[in-house]
Design a protein around this ligand. Sequence first.
Ligand SMILES: C[S@@+](CC[C@H](N)C(=O)[O-])C[C@H]1O[C@@H](n2cnc3c(N)ncnc32)[C@H](O)[C@@H]1O
Length: 290
Amino acid sequence: MLQKQLTLMNIDTREQWEEWAQYRNTIGEVIKKCIERYGVNNGNLLLLGVGNGNDIPVELLESKFNNITIVDLDDGALERFLARVSDKKKFNKVIIDLSGISNQIKNAKELLNRATSIQPVIDLSKLDKTYDLVVNCCFSTQLLTSHFYGTNEFQTQSLSPKVGQKLNELSNRIHSSLFSGLKSKLVSNGVIIHMTDTFELKHNKITGEYSPAMLPVSKIIKGDWRNIHLVLNHLQQLSRDGLYILGSALPPELNDMFATRTLFSLLWEFLHDDEEDRNYIVIVYVFQNQ
Ligand SMILES: C[S@@+](CC[C@H](N)C(=O)[O-])C[C@H]1O[C@@H](n2cnc3c(N)ncnc32)[C@H](O)[C@@H]1O
């Protein structure tokens, strides 16, 4: 069931290669900085939640790494990505459920009913290398919300705060389990670049409505995207105010597993059409194995 929803979501965004060029370049700059600053070797790269890869600076990555493993649950989207690479021999495609729950629930209703009790079982056994760098490609907020795609409950902002909290706790359990599995696949000084869309800034041109994060974020950046880094000083407050996208927060225990090296904030100009303008602020967490 989930695979079908992810397939539809990736079909929606498959033509975005040109539109997301600037965002993709910014991600390339972040990856280059991390490779240089934290001494990442050019051996094995693991990319998680690649999808169509429209946000992945593939040319740069092929030039920097000898071997690249790509993971997603949507095989068709990974094939579209592979059609874009120069040297296919460098790539291994692996299908994994990164949430560890999709085999345990049938639909969104069951997810809501069992959110408190369900325990993720994430099977990373198909990842048979140790990796120098892992890049998480904005899959976090999809792990739970994709179950609502195409259902009446898809408007996750209309979930009650209590239900939202239950789902965020489940998301924390998933991320703890996933990061602990990833730690065992990293070389000793290996790095994880975890990117996650964290704030949705949406303007509905028909109704005139703005998403809740729009006004507070605009104030912080003083209405100028060049100040987007200022958001990093206000993350705790924005989280307390319930403005994070569901599933985008990370559990505090990651601080015991890794050294947090730095954070970046990026603008993802996601969609601009006659009906809406939709941007995301993506927070990038850089962790190093220790
Ligand atoms: C932001 S998208 C990636 C890029 C984007 N779709 C594009 O078109 O370039 C996040 C990806 O996470 C994948 N994903 C979501 N839930 C997943 C899960 N439980 N297991 C594995 N991959 C998942 C989706 O299939 C999607 O490709």
